[in-house]
Design a protein around this ligand. Structure first.
Ligand code: SF4
Ligand code: SF4
Length: 89
């Protein structure tokens, strides 16, 4: 399982602050932070602790199996972000 950021992320970073395994990116200061449309959760590292869901002010984070169907694309989008990061030099 993983958690996924979908929809209305406003990049306020509060989920990054609480994630115990540091799997939400990009972070402020990263080269791709300013251009990112939203933040993303690394599905390989997320431990499903629910901490980020509790703090998100816009309810943009879901457990993968609870993601509304209109956000089905978001799981791929989150995984793709990390695949592209791994592939870049
Ligand atoms: S569920 Fe927990 S481990 Fe997964 S992204 Fe949220 S805070 Fe991090
Ligand atoms: S807490 Fe919610 S709105 Fe804020 S950066 Fe994380 S996912 Fe985006």
């Amino acid at each position: 399982m993983t958690y996924v950021i979908a929809g209305s992320c406003i990049k306020d970073d509060v989920c990054i602050e609480v994630c115990p395994v540091d799997c939400i990116h990009p972070k402020p200061g990263d080269p791709d932070f300013e251009t990112a449309e939203q933040l993303y959760i690394d599905p390989e590292i997320c431990i499903d602790c629910d901490a980020c869901v509790e703090v998100c002010p816009v309810d943009a984070i879901f457990a993968d199996h609870e993601t509304p169907s209109k956000y089905d694309y978001a799981l791929d989008l989150n995984a793709q972000f990390f695949a592209e990061r791994a592939a870049s030099p």
